[in-house]
Ligand binder design. Structure first.
Ligand SMILES: [Zn+2]
Length: 443
Protein backbone atom coordinates (compact mmCIF):
# COMPACT_ATOMS: atom_id res chain seq x y z
CA UNK A 1 0.00 0.00 0.00
CA UNK A 2 2.71 2.41 1.00
CA UNK A 3 4.73 1.70 -2.15
CA UNK A 4 1.74 2.26 -4.40
CA UNK A 5 0.69 5.40 -2.65
CA UNK A 6 4.00 7.24 -2.67
CA UNK A 7 4.44 7.68 -6.45
CA UNK A 8 0.86 8.94 -6.64
CA UNK A 9 1.58 11.68 -4.12
CA UNK A 10 4.86 12.46 -5.86
CA UNK A 11 3.11 12.83 -9.20
CA UNK A 12 0.63 15.31 -7.76
CA UNK A 13 3.33 17.23 -5.96
CA UNK A 14 5.50 17.37 -9.08
CA UNK A 15 2.61 18.60 -11.22
CA UNK A 16 1.57 21.10 -8.61
CA UNK A 17 5.08 22.49 -8.49
CA UNK A 18 5.70 22.49 -12.23
CA UNK A 19 6.21 25.90 -13.77
CA UNK A 20 4.82 25.56 -17.26
CA UNK A 21 2.25 23.63 -19.27
CA UNK A 22 3.00 22.90 -22.95
CA UNK A 23 -0.62 23.52 -23.92
CA UNK A 24 -0.15 27.20 -23.08
CA UNK A 25 2.62 27.44 -25.67
CA UNK A 26 0.34 25.70 -28.20
CA UNK A 27 -2.33 28.31 -27.52
CA UNK A 28 0.14 31.16 -28.15
CA UNK A 29 1.22 29.53 -31.43
CA UNK A 30 -2.35 29.00 -32.63
CA UNK A 31 -3.40 32.65 -32.44
CA UNK A 32 -3.41 33.98 -36.00
CA UNK A 33 -2.55 37.55 -37.03
CA UNK A 34 -4.09 36.80 -40.45
CA UNK A 35 -7.47 35.88 -38.99
CA UNK A 36 -7.38 38.91 -36.70
CA UNK A 37 -6.64 41.11 -39.73
CA UNK A 38 -9.52 39.55 -41.65
CA UNK A 39 -11.96 40.14 -38.78
CA UNK A 40 -10.87 43.75 -38.21
CA UNK A 41 -11.27 44.36 -41.97
CA UNK A 42 -14.76 42.87 -41.91
CA UNK A 43 -15.75 45.06 -38.95
CA UNK A 44 -14.30 48.18 -40.64
CA UNK A 45 -16.29 47.35 -43.78
CA UNK A 46 -19.58 47.88 -41.93
CA UNK A 47 -18.86 51.60 -42.50
CA UNK A 48 -19.91 52.75 -39.07
CA UNK A 49 -20.69 50.71 -35.97
CA UNK A 50 -21.93 53.68 -34.01
CA UNK A 51 -24.36 52.61 -31.29
CA UNK A 52 -27.13 54.78 -32.79
CA UNK A 53 -26.43 53.71 -36.38
CA UNK A 54 -28.58 51.68 -38.77
CA UNK A 55 -29.75 48.28 -37.51
CA UNK A 56 -31.69 47.13 -40.59
CA UNK A 57 -29.10 47.14 -43.37
CA UNK A 58 -27.19 43.92 -43.94
CA UNK A 59 -24.02 45.74 -44.95
CA UNK A 60 -23.76 48.97 -42.92
CA UNK A 61 -24.26 49.91 -39.28
CA UNK A 62 -24.17 48.27 -35.89
CA UNK A 63 -27.04 45.87 -36.61
CA UNK A 64 -25.14 44.23 -39.45
CA UNK A 65 -21.97 44.19 -37.34
CA UNK A 66 -23.53 42.42 -34.37
CA UNK A 67 -25.32 39.88 -36.57
CA UNK A 68 -22.00 39.08 -38.21
CA UNK A 69 -20.24 38.71 -34.82
CA UNK A 70 -23.00 36.39 -33.62
CA UNK A 71 -22.77 34.30 -36.79
CA UNK A 72 -18.97 34.09 -36.40
CA UNK A 73 -19.36 32.73 -32.86
CA UNK A 74 -21.93 30.24 -34.20
CA UNK A 75 -19.50 29.09 -36.88
CA UNK A 76 -16.78 28.62 -34.24
CA UNK A 77 -19.28 26.65 -32.17
CA UNK A 78 -20.12 24.33 -35.07
CA UNK A 79 -16.44 23.43 -35.29
CA UNK A 80 -16.36 22.32 -31.64
CA UNK A 81 -19.53 20.23 -31.40
CA UNK A 82 -21.66 23.20 -30.32
CA UNK A 83 -19.31 24.03 -27.44
CA UNK A 84 -20.44 27.68 -27.37
CA UNK A 85 -23.79 28.99 -26.13
CA UNK A 86 -24.30 32.01 -28.39
CA UNK A 87 -26.89 34.69 -27.68
CA UNK A 88 -27.70 38.39 -27.56
CA UNK A 89 -27.98 40.26 -24.28
CA UNK A 90 -30.19 43.31 -24.87
CA UNK A 91 -30.67 46.53 -22.89
CA UNK A 92 -33.17 49.24 -23.74
CA UNK A 93 -31.88 52.77 -23.18
CA UNK A 94 -34.21 55.73 -23.45
CA UNK A 95 -33.48 58.90 -25.36
CA UNK A 96 -31.85 61.44 -23.06
CA UNK A 97 -30.36 58.88 -20.65
CA UNK A 98 -27.32 61.08 -21.18
CA UNK A 99 -26.43 63.68 -23.86
CA UNK A 100 -24.97 60.93 -26.06
CA UNK A 101 -28.23 59.03 -26.36
CA UNK A 102 -30.20 61.15 -28.82
CA UNK A 103 -32.86 58.53 -29.51
CA UNK A 104 -34.33 55.40 -27.90
CA UNK A 105 -31.96 52.53 -28.59
CA UNK A 106 -31.45 48.85 -27.92
CA UNK A 107 -27.91 48.28 -26.70
CA UNK A 108 -27.19 44.75 -27.88
CA UNK A 109 -24.26 42.66 -26.66
CA UNK A 110 -23.16 39.37 -28.20
CA UNK A 111 -22.38 36.61 -25.69
CA UNK A 112 -20.65 33.27 -26.31
CA UNK A 113 -20.21 30.95 -23.33
CA UNK A 114 -17.87 27.95 -23.36
CA UNK A 115 -19.27 25.98 -20.43
CA UNK A 116 -16.82 24.71 -17.83
CA UNK A 117 -16.98 21.06 -16.82
CA UNK A 118 -16.24 21.33 -13.10
CA UNK A 119 -17.49 24.81 -12.29
CA UNK A 120 -20.09 25.72 -14.93
CA UNK A 121 -21.19 28.77 -12.93
CA UNK A 122 -17.76 30.33 -12.49
CA UNK A 123 -16.84 32.65 -15.34
CA UNK A 124 -13.71 34.22 -16.72
CA UNK A 125 -14.60 36.86 -19.28
CA UNK A 126 -12.84 38.41 -22.27
CA UNK A 127 -14.50 41.38 -23.89
CA UNK A 128 -14.09 43.66 -26.89
CA UNK A 129 -16.41 46.37 -28.14
CA UNK A 130 -18.66 46.40 -31.18
CA UNK A 131 -19.30 50.15 -31.45
CA UNK A 132 -17.23 52.97 -32.93
CA UNK A 133 -17.36 56.76 -33.21
CA UNK A 134 -15.80 59.76 -34.97
CA UNK A 135 -15.07 63.34 -33.81
CA UNK A 136 -18.63 64.23 -32.85
CA UNK A 137 -19.79 61.69 -30.31
CA UNK A 138 -23.35 61.60 -31.67
CA UNK A 139 -22.53 61.45 -35.39
CA UNK A 140 -23.91 58.04 -36.30
CA UNK A 141 -23.84 58.30 -40.11
CA UNK A 142 -20.26 59.30 -41.04
CA UNK A 143 -17.72 56.60 -41.80
CA UNK A 144 -16.32 55.45 -38.49
CA UNK A 145 -13.99 52.50 -39.12
CA UNK A 146 -12.90 52.10 -35.48
CA UNK A 147 -10.20 49.72 -36.66
CA UNK A 148 -8.17 49.95 -33.49
CA UNK A 149 -10.93 51.35 -31.22
CA UNK A 150 -12.23 48.80 -30.93
CA UNK A 151 -12.43 46.33 -33.80
CA UNK A 152 -9.03 45.14 -32.56
CA UNK A 153 -10.43 44.06 -29.19
CA UNK A 154 -13.47 42.47 -30.82
CA UNK A 155 -11.35 40.56 -33.35
CA UNK A 156 -9.05 39.41 -30.56
CA UNK A 157 -12.03 38.09 -28.64
CA UNK A 158 -13.27 36.13 -31.68
CA UNK A 159 -9.80 34.72 -32.27
CA UNK A 160 -9.39 33.67 -28.62
CA UNK A 161 -12.70 31.79 -28.95
CA UNK A 162 -11.48 30.02 -32.10
CA UNK A 163 -8.31 28.81 -30.41
CA UNK A 164 -9.63 28.01 -26.92
CA UNK A 165 -12.74 26.21 -28.18
CA UNK A 166 -10.44 23.32 -29.09
CA UNK A 167 -9.89 22.66 -25.37
CA UNK A 168 -12.06 21.64 -22.41
CA UNK A 169 -11.93 23.71 -19.24
CA UNK A 170 -13.00 23.43 -15.60
CA UNK A 171 -14.46 26.94 -15.43
CA UNK A 172 -16.64 28.67 -18.02
CA UNK A 173 -15.13 31.16 -20.45
CA UNK A 174 -17.28 34.02 -21.76
CA UNK A 175 -16.39 35.76 -25.03
CA UNK A 176 -18.17 39.08 -25.10
CA UNK A 177 -18.90 41.71 -27.74
CA UNK A 178 -20.13 44.79 -25.91
CA UNK A 179 -21.98 47.72 -27.42
CA UNK A 180 -22.67 51.31 -26.32
CA UNK A 181 -19.15 51.85 -24.98
CA UNK A 182 -18.59 55.24 -26.60
CA UNK A 183 -22.04 56.48 -25.59
CA UNK A 184 -21.53 55.84 -21.85
CA UNK A 185 -20.47 52.22 -21.14
CA UNK A 186 -24.04 51.01 -21.59
CA UNK A 187 -23.25 47.52 -22.87
CA UNK A 188 -20.97 46.77 -19.94
CA UNK A 189 -23.51 48.17 -17.47
CA UNK A 190 -26.24 45.95 -18.92
CA UNK A 191 -24.05 42.86 -19.00
CA UNK A 192 -22.69 43.36 -15.47
CA UNK A 193 -26.23 43.83 -14.15
CA UNK A 194 -27.35 40.69 -15.99
CA UNK A 195 -24.45 38.70 -14.50
CA UNK A 196 -25.21 39.99 -11.01
CA UNK A 197 -28.90 39.09 -11.31
CA UNK A 198 -28.01 35.60 -12.57
CA UNK A 199 -25.65 35.15 -9.63
CA UNK A 200 -22.58 34.63 -11.81
CA UNK A 201 -19.42 33.89 -9.87
CA UNK A 202 -17.02 36.00 -11.95
CA UNK A 203 -13.32 35.19 -11.66
CA UNK A 204 -12.52 38.33 -13.61
CA UNK A 205 -13.08 40.42 -16.71
CA UNK A 206 -10.40 41.18 -19.31
CA UNK A 207 -11.59 44.29 -21.09
CA UNK A 208 -9.67 44.66 -24.35
CA UNK A 209 -9.94 48.16 -25.72
CA UNK A 210 -7.38 49.13 -28.38
CA UNK A 211 -4.87 46.33 -28.73
CA UNK A 212 -3.44 47.15 -32.16
CA UNK A 213 -1.45 50.40 -32.13
CA UNK A 214 2.33 50.36 -31.66
CA UNK A 215 3.23 53.95 -32.69
CA UNK A 216 2.51 56.30 -29.85
CA UNK A 217 1.85 60.01 -29.84
CA UNK A 218 4.76 60.06 -27.35
CA UNK A 219 7.08 59.08 -30.22
CA UNK A 220 7.70 55.61 -28.87
CA UNK A 221 7.26 52.63 -31.15
CA UNK A 222 7.01 49.32 -29.31
CA UNK A 223 5.46 46.02 -30.26
CA UNK A 224 6.14 44.52 -26.83
CA UNK A 225 4.92 47.13 -24.31
CA UNK A 226 1.33 46.89 -23.14
CA UNK A 227 -0.69 48.06 -20.16
CA UNK A 228 -2.78 46.30 -17.55
CA UNK A 229 -5.02 48.78 -15.73
CA UNK A 230 -6.51 47.78 -12.38
CA UNK A 231 -8.19 49.75 -9.64
CA UNK A 232 -6.72 49.47 -6.11
CA UNK A 233 -9.76 48.25 -4.17
CA UNK A 234 -13.38 47.59 -5.14
CA UNK A 235 -15.70 50.64 -4.94
CA UNK A 236 -18.19 48.37 -3.19
CA UNK A 237 -16.04 47.88 -0.09
CA UNK A 238 -17.77 48.62 3.18
CA UNK A 239 -16.89 51.30 5.71
CA UNK A 240 -15.69 48.51 7.99
CA UNK A 241 -13.40 47.08 5.30
CA UNK A 242 -12.02 50.56 4.64
CA UNK A 243 -11.28 51.00 8.35
CA UNK A 244 -9.61 47.58 8.54
CA UNK A 245 -7.22 48.61 5.76
CA UNK A 246 -5.81 51.36 7.96
CA UNK A 247 -4.57 48.78 10.42
CA UNK A 248 -3.90 45.67 8.33
CA UNK A 249 -3.08 47.00 4.87
CA UNK A 250 -4.59 46.16 1.50
CA UNK A 251 -4.63 49.58 -0.20
CA UNK A 252 -3.06 48.08 -3.30
CA UNK A 253 -4.42 44.55 -2.97
CA UNK A 254 -8.02 44.52 -4.17
CA UNK A 255 -9.41 41.71 -6.34
CA UNK A 256 -8.78 43.54 -9.62
CA UNK A 257 -5.18 44.21 -8.64
CA UNK A 258 -4.68 40.50 -7.88
CA UNK A 259 -6.06 39.70 -11.33
CA UNK A 260 -3.61 42.20 -12.86
CA UNK A 261 -0.73 40.51 -11.01
CA UNK A 262 -1.91 37.11 -12.23
CA UNK A 263 -1.80 38.27 -15.84
CA UNK A 264 1.56 39.99 -15.30
CA UNK A 265 3.14 36.86 -13.82
CA UNK A 266 1.72 34.51 -16.45
CA UNK A 267 2.98 36.74 -19.26
CA UNK A 268 6.44 36.93 -17.68
CA UNK A 269 6.44 33.13 -17.52
CA UNK A 270 5.10 32.23 -20.96
CA UNK A 271 5.78 35.32 -23.08
CA UNK A 272 8.98 36.77 -21.59
CA UNK A 273 9.56 38.80 -24.75
CA UNK A 274 6.61 41.01 -23.78
CA UNK A 275 6.71 43.99 -21.44
CA UNK A 276 3.52 44.08 -19.37
CA UNK A 277 3.13 47.38 -17.49
CA UNK A 278 0.88 47.20 -14.47
CA UNK A 279 -0.76 50.59 -14.13
CA UNK A 280 -2.07 51.23 -10.64
CA UNK A 281 -5.29 52.98 -11.59
CA UNK A 282 -8.74 52.13 -12.86
CA UNK A 283 -8.11 53.41 -16.38
CA UNK A 284 -6.36 56.20 -18.27
CA UNK A 285 -6.51 59.63 -16.54
CA UNK A 286 -10.17 60.65 -16.43
CA UNK A 287 -11.13 58.23 -19.22
CA UNK A 288 -13.37 55.20 -19.22
CA UNK A 289 -13.64 51.62 -20.34
CA UNK A 290 -15.90 48.64 -20.19
CA UNK A 291 -14.30 46.90 -17.20
CA UNK A 292 -15.57 49.71 -14.98
CA UNK A 293 -19.26 48.72 -14.90
CA UNK A 294 -18.15 45.28 -13.70
CA UNK A 295 -15.90 46.86 -11.05
CA UNK A 296 -18.84 49.06 -10.02
CA UNK A 297 -20.79 45.92 -9.04
CA UNK A 298 -17.88 44.43 -7.11
CA UNK A 299 -16.45 42.12 -9.80
CA UNK A 300 -12.73 41.87 -10.55
CA UNK A 301 -11.91 43.41 -13.91
CA UNK A 302 -8.90 44.89 -15.70
CA UNK A 303 -8.22 46.72 -18.93
CA UNK A 304 -5.63 45.24 -21.29
CA UNK A 305 -4.39 47.60 -24.01
CA UNK A 306 -1.55 49.06 -26.01
CA UNK A 307 1.01 51.11 -24.08
CA UNK A 308 1.44 53.95 -26.57
CA UNK A 309 -1.79 55.49 -27.84
CA UNK A 310 -2.15 57.75 -30.83
CA UNK A 311 -4.88 60.33 -30.29
CA UNK A 312 -4.94 61.44 -33.94
CA UNK A 313 -6.28 57.97 -34.67
CA UNK A 314 -9.02 57.78 -32.05
CA UNK A 315 -12.52 59.24 -32.30
CA UNK A 316 -11.53 61.27 -35.36
CA UNK A 317 -13.21 62.16 -38.63
CA UNK A 318 -11.15 60.72 -41.46
CA UNK A 319 -9.21 63.63 -42.92
CA UNK A 320 -5.78 65.09 -43.59
CA UNK A 321 -4.93 68.23 -41.67
CA UNK A 322 -1.52 69.92 -41.52
CA UNK A 323 -0.04 66.83 -43.12
CA UNK A 324 -1.40 64.51 -40.41
CA UNK A 325 -3.75 61.75 -41.52
CA UNK A 326 -6.49 61.55 -38.91
CA UNK A 327 -8.81 58.61 -38.39
CA UNK A 328 -8.97 55.13 -36.92
CA UNK A 329 -8.32 53.30 -40.18
CA UNK A 330 -7.11 49.78 -40.94
CA UNK A 331 -3.67 50.94 -42.14
CA UNK A 332 -2.69 52.03 -38.62
CA UNK A 333 -3.31 48.65 -36.99
CA UNK A 334 -0.39 46.31 -36.34
CA UNK A 335 -1.88 42.83 -36.62
CA UNK A 336 1.12 41.01 -35.16
CA UNK A 337 0.86 43.14 -32.06
CA UNK A 338 -2.90 42.53 -31.82
CA UNK A 339 -2.06 38.84 -32.07
CA UNK A 340 0.36 39.10 -29.14
CA UNK A 341 -2.18 40.85 -26.92
CA UNK A 342 -4.79 38.31 -27.95
CA UNK A 343 -2.36 35.60 -26.85
CA UNK A 344 -1.92 37.44 -23.53
CA UNK A 345 -5.67 37.11 -23.03
CA UNK A 346 -5.92 33.55 -24.26
CA UNK A 347 -3.21 32.13 -22.00
CA UNK A 348 -4.72 33.83 -18.98
CA UNK A 349 -8.25 32.75 -19.85
CA UNK A 350 -6.97 29.18 -20.17
CA UNK A 351 -4.88 29.26 -16.99
CA UNK A 352 -7.75 30.64 -14.93
CA UNK A 353 -10.27 28.33 -16.57
CA UNK A 354 -8.07 25.36 -15.64
CA UNK A 355 -7.47 26.57 -12.06
CA UNK A 356 -9.42 25.86 -8.88
CA UNK A 357 -11.04 28.78 -7.03
CA UNK A 358 -8.97 30.67 -4.46
CA UNK A 359 -9.72 29.88 -0.80
CA UNK A 360 -12.76 31.93 0.26
CA UNK A 361 -11.16 32.87 3.54
CA UNK A 362 -7.59 33.54 4.53
CA UNK A 363 -6.95 34.40 8.16
CA UNK A 364 -3.59 35.84 9.13
CA UNK A 365 -1.91 36.30 12.48
CA UNK A 366 1.48 36.87 14.06
CA UNK A 367 1.29 40.20 15.86
CA UNK A 368 4.40 40.64 18.05
CA UNK A 369 5.70 37.21 16.98
CA UNK A 370 8.73 36.05 14.97
CA UNK A 371 6.52 34.18 12.50
CA UNK A 372 3.44 34.66 10.32
CA UNK A 373 0.48 32.31 10.81
CA UNK A 374 -2.18 31.39 8.28
CA UNK A 375 -5.46 29.50 8.27
CA UNK A 376 -7.63 29.17 5.20
CA UNK A 377 -10.78 27.51 3.95
CA UNK A 378 -10.36 24.27 2.02
CA UNK A 379 -10.95 24.32 -1.74
CA UNK A 380 -12.54 21.18 -3.25
CA UNK A 381 -10.33 19.80 -6.07
CA UNK A 382 -7.24 21.71 -4.94
CA UNK A 383 -4.23 19.46 -4.35
CA UNK A 384 -2.31 22.07 -2.41
CA UNK A 385 -1.79 25.72 -1.59
CA UNK A 386 0.92 28.27 -2.15
CA UNK A 387 1.63 31.10 0.25
CA UNK A 388 2.93 34.27 -1.39
CA UNK A 389 4.55 37.29 0.17
CA UNK A 390 6.36 40.42 -0.91
CA UNK A 391 7.93 43.61 0.39
CA UNK A 392 5.22 46.19 1.05
CA UNK A 393 6.65 48.38 -1.73
CA UNK A 394 6.87 45.63 -4.35
CA UNK A 395 4.22 45.41 -7.08
CA UNK A 396 4.69 41.66 -7.59
CA UNK A 397 4.43 38.56 -5.39
CA UNK A 398 8.16 37.92 -5.21
CA UNK A 399 8.33 35.11 -2.64
CA UNK A 400 6.31 31.93 -2.45
CA UNK A 401 6.20 28.61 -0.69
CA UNK A 402 4.18 25.57 -1.72
CA UNK A 403 2.83 24.11 1.53
CA UNK A 404 0.93 21.05 0.30
CA UNK A 405 -2.60 19.96 1.09
CA UNK A 406 -3.09 21.56 4.50
CA UNK A 407 -5.35 24.36 5.76
CA UNK A 408 -2.95 26.13 8.09
CA UNK A 409 0.71 26.98 8.08
CA UNK A 410 3.27 29.06 9.92
CA UNK A 411 6.09 30.82 8.11
CA UNK A 412 8.85 30.74 10.67
CA UNK A 413 11.20 33.70 10.82
CA UNK A 414 8.98 35.91 8.68
CA UNK A 415 7.73 38.96 10.55
CA UNK A 416 4.18 39.94 9.63
CA UNK A 417 4.88 43.69 9.84
CA UNK A 418 7.37 43.75 6.99
CA UNK A 419 5.50 42.03 4.16
CA UNK A 420 2.17 41.59 2.47
CA UNK A 421 0.86 38.03 2.21
CA UNK A 422 -1.62 36.01 0.17
CA UNK A 423 -2.49 32.47 -0.85
CA UNK A 424 -3.48 30.51 -3.96
CA UNK A 425 -5.11 27.12 -4.45
CA UNK A 426 -3.23 24.79 -6.80
CA UNK A 427 -4.97 22.22 -9.02
CA UNK A 428 -3.69 18.74 -9.92
CA UNK A 429 -2.76 20.16 -13.33
CA UNK A 430 -0.50 22.77 -11.69
CA UNK A 431 -2.69 25.77 -12.47
CA UNK A 432 -3.23 28.25 -9.67
CA UNK A 433 -6.09 30.48 -8.61
CA UNK A 434 -5.54 34.23 -8.31
CA UNK A 435 -4.05 35.28 -4.96
CA UNK A 436 -6.46 35.64 -2.06
CA UNK A 437 -5.43 38.54 0.17
CA UNK A 438 -6.15 37.96 3.90
CA UNK A 439 -9.73 38.78 4.86
CA UNK A 440 -9.68 37.66 8.50
CA UNK A 441 -7.41 38.13 11.51
CA UNK A 442 -6.17 35.39 13.85
CA UNK A 443 -6.16 36.77 17.38
ZN1 LIG B 1 -13.11 54.78 -27.89
Amino acid sequence: MHKLFTPFILLFTTLAMSQTDPRIYDIIDDISAERIKKDISTLVDFGTRHTLSDTVSSSRGIGAARRWIKSEFSTISKDCNDCLEVSYQKNFVEKGANPRITKDVWIVNVVAIQRGEKYPDRYIIMSGDIDSRVSASNDYTSDSPGANDNASGMAGTLEAARVLSKYKFDNSIVYLGLSGEEQGLFGGKGMAKYAKEKGWDIIGVFNNDMIGNIKGVDGIISNTDFRIFSEPVPPTETENERNMRRFYGGEVDGISRQLARYVHKNVKTYMPEMNPMMIYRLDRFGRGGHHRPFNDLGFAGIRIMEAHENYTQQHQDIRIENGISYGDVLEHVNFDYAKKLTAVNAINLASLAWAPPAPKELAIGGIVAPSAKFEWSKVPNAVGYKIYWRDTTSPTWDHSRYVGNVTDFTLEGVVIDNFFFGITAVGANGFESPVRFPNKIIR
